[in-house]
Design a protein around this ligand. Structure first.
Ligand code: ZN
Length: 289
């Protein structure tokens, strides 16, 4: 089995310090979380940025540049920049960061997330019967093609984010238009309200539905999902994303102290199961970056 690729998603756009006070906000904090996670076994960092003063999710090239520069000075991590961002971010703004970074080789992203379809995106307060997040994450066909073409022109490999099964075919449509860099790398995002839920059956179904020769990773959002499904992905030969973007708990009822602690948990699990951990150099070979 190939070595395990661990991606760390250090801050995202939905988790808040109210959920977990250890969430990084500033470029310095986000970079430190990434570098510490690299030491714990992560080879890729999936990046969002935040307003350093308020912690609100933003998508500003200047903040990405500052964050990536610090990470590059201190580690060999592969940089994976979000283009999903969040439902409130305008479509043009979501992709604009990729060419803005590619214009400066020292901060160019090697990878970027590419959402492979639109979906309802929500959070539910069951007691109040109220959707506290009641959004649609828009990714029309022309947007997906434009994003994929832009990534290809910039030499940025897409991480094909799959929230539900039909999105695999959407990715294959983009491939048929020669918009994707091969081999394809899929990321199954399970557990979002609006997408496929985080179950073993769903993960197995998705991994069997992608073309031979593709690579895949899994993230399981919410609750303890990553701790439940992480070992399944490791055993099945896939790869794992963890971090405070997706999960605030290190175990039942215990908040994670840091992103690095989340990464170390997955790394130890893999080592106990006899699977080696890929370094960034290994990953550049495995994913043909
Ligand atoms: Zn993200």
């Amino acid at each position: 089995m190939e070595k395990l690729i661990i991606t760390v998603a250090v801050t995202g756009s939905l988790t808040t310090r109210h959920n977990n006070p250890n969430l990084p906000h500033t470029p310095q904090e986000i970079a430190k979380a990434a570098v510490d996670s690299c030491k714990a076994g992560a080879s890729i960092v999936h990046l969002h940025v935040r307003d350093p003063m308020t912690g609100a999710p933003v998508h500003k090239p200047e903040l990405f540049k500052e964050t990536i520069q610090i990470i590059r000075n201190e580690s060999d991590l592969i940089i994976n920049v979000t283009t999903g961002v969040g439902p409130q971010c305008p479509l043009d703004e979501r992709i604009a960061v990729i060419p803005a970074l590619a214009a400066h080789p020292q901060v160019k992203a090697e990878m970027a997330s590419l959402n492979c379809g639109s979906l309802n995106f929500g959070m539910l307060d069951r007691k109040k019967r109220e959707f506290i997040l009641n959004d649609v994450q828009m990714n029309p066909w022309s947007t997906m093609l434009h994003y994929a073409d832009t990534m290809k022109q910039c030499g940025v490999k897409p991480e094909l984010e799959i929230y539900e099964a039909g999105m695999i075919n959407n990715a294959l449509i983009l491939q048929s238009l020669d918009a994707l860099i091969r081999p394809l790398h899929f990321s199954f995002v399970l557990g979002v309200l609006g997408g496929m839920q985080a179950t073993v059956d769903n993960l197995v179904f998705l991994k069997n539905a992608i073309p031979q020769g593709s690579t895949w990773s899994m993230c399981a959002v919410g609750g303890l999902n990553i701790h439940t499904l992480g070992p399944v992905a490791i055993a099945a030969g896939g790869n794992v994303r963890t971090g405070l973007e997706d999960c605030i708990w290190i175990s039942k009822g215990v908040l994670a102290e840091s992103n690095a602690q989340m990464v170390a948990k997955i790394a130890h699990m893999a080592e106990d199961m006899g699977r080696g951990i890929a370094t960034p150099t290994d990953v550049r070979k495995i994913l043909s970056l």
